[in-house]
Design a protein around this ligand. Sequence first.
Ligand code: ADP
Ligand code: MG
Length: 678
Amino acid sequence: MGNDQKPARKKSPNLQDKLKRLNLTRREDLLLHLPLRYEDETRLTPIAEAAQSTGSVQVEGEITDCQIQFRPRRQLVARLADATGALTLRFIHFYPNQQAALTMGNRVRCVGEIRQGFLGAEMVHPRCRVVLPDTPLPKALTPVYPTTAGLTQSALTRLIANALVGQPLTETLAADSLAQLRLPTLWDALNFLHRPPADVDADALDTRRHPAWRRVKLDELLAQQISLRQAYRARREIGAPKLTASGALAARLVSRLPFALTAAQVRAVSEISADLAQPYPMQRLLQGDVGAGKTLVAALAACQAIEAGWQVAFMAPTEILAEQHELKLREWFAVLNVEIAWLSGSQKSKLKQAQQAAARTASLVVGTHALIQEGVDYERLGLVIIDEQHRFGVQQRLALRQKGGAPHQLMMSATPIPRTLAMSYCADLDVSVLDELPPGRVPIRTRLARDGRRDEVMAYVRKKVAAGRQVYWVCPLIEESETLQLQTALDTHAWLTEALPDLNIGLVHGRLKPAEKQAVMAAFVAGTLDLLVATTVIEVGVDVPNASLMVIEHAERFGLSQLHQLRGRVGRGAFESACILLYADPLSQLARARLKIIFENTDGFEIARQDLRLRGPGEFIGSRQSGMPLLRYADLEQDADLVETARALAETMLTPTPEQADQHRERWLGGREELLKT
Ligand code: ADP
Ligand code: MG
């Protein structure tokens, strides 16, 4: 195809390469490559009338002039005339074949938007087609496909039209399901979308609410569900130790707490407990807003494993957080005679060897990702707990899975995942949700302050410290350079020390040696430091109830979930807490939207939902990192009902008709699939 023997001047990718770039390698791929939008080419508008119009129009006329101009930059400019008038066609990027089509005297049909240029009405980058006089107009809307450089619409349209000829695609859904859902067969839906009939409701096509679109979206969501549910089932084939226990250890822990569990914690604990007693590995995500009390739920799960005679590894993404957990867990477990070992990446090798040796047999091992590195051999690893799991890469989670056979896994996340997103991208996990905070929390007041109002902020800091409270001062995020970020932290610490000479001010950042970091944190926890200047290393998990004020500099540079996490470091005690977001003008539209959301909301789930809307699922779940293929057609917000339907359908398909499920999955994910198998 396209194999003309002309010597190519520039080596350009051949058709196969271009198709590959669009992931179009099989006939099915072409058939599932659906229009971005449709254009109405069923009518011609006289040029005089078109020149006065706005929006997309189709005109036909004769090329009366065509030349390459070089001012202000190289471009192709042509004139198109009919009996009523003329307009300019302008191409800033163009290919030789486009230039050839615009040869003087050619009769050309153009579709595009009119704009008023320097020389009157013009179309920039219209779609043009050479026609013979009286060429009939199409009777239906014309699809416009997503394409790639060098692959024209007409070439792609032709390839897809060819794919539509021949054997209909086999239907993977049962006829009664289709009838019940009032949806067409996939083959009918695809034919409809590629070649909409003349009387179609253009609006339903554009908004993608037409049953044909819904059918395609359901198909896509179903493939995703099948793939993830298959992964889920495959895991159930793997054996894991049944961690059955009387619950005595957990009960002893609970009886010593100065508070009662929340109903949500009780529910999560019992869901986890049931999983742990199964002979296959648990894969459960514990979701809960900042401060919801996930650590305690994890500790109670650990009790069950330990009582059953197995080891527990508790992994946190940063050293500071891991240390906090260690302190807390020691406090809880010391009286229960549970032996705790500590393991982190930065220990001296001798010490590390000793720690690794201890980790072999300790009931509970707490640490950073060092827990999964070479040299650690657990004798009886039964449960792995991963805090802030979204902070870990896929590779690290994989490594854990390989450690010591197939331990049960409890993953925790304070980034609340909106329901539809959780259902679609986390369909291979079971999910427990802590949807309530412990009682008695005083809500955090959030204030926005322009950078210029620093003096007022300082006065407020003094007042808080005078009242016996402690303060976090978060340095601006500088994504481009770690060195610059460090410098800013040092500068901030220096000027705050000068500006507030009566206060004890500490500094913590990612470059400190672990022992230094530990000393600073310990001083802050003990209350010897009034103010802690920190980089985002304190973003997750730090728990100092007496700290009741947080100032975040250049809040406009942070993402929403980061701001929410940071803010969650205060409001952990009984004191009234506040978070001051300093920002610098002018704000970008996105930054303004983010600050508005964080200012108006305290509920992590609501913030996450708005974040999802702002950023889309790809950015939200960090798909680039996770390698998860994103949805092409379905929209998790608009098509939430279809996500539910797909989930239910996947379950009914997997058991009685696994081949059909395979075929369905293969159709949508073939070739991209290894991405999903994380
Ligand atoms: P997160 O879910 O953000 O990890 P933590 O586990 O750090 O939250 O818990 C936040 C604080 O709340 C901790 O000091 C913890 O001891 C406390 N806490 C946990 N559960 C309860 C409860 N049921 N009642 C009161 N305080 C609780
Ligand atoms: Mg936590």
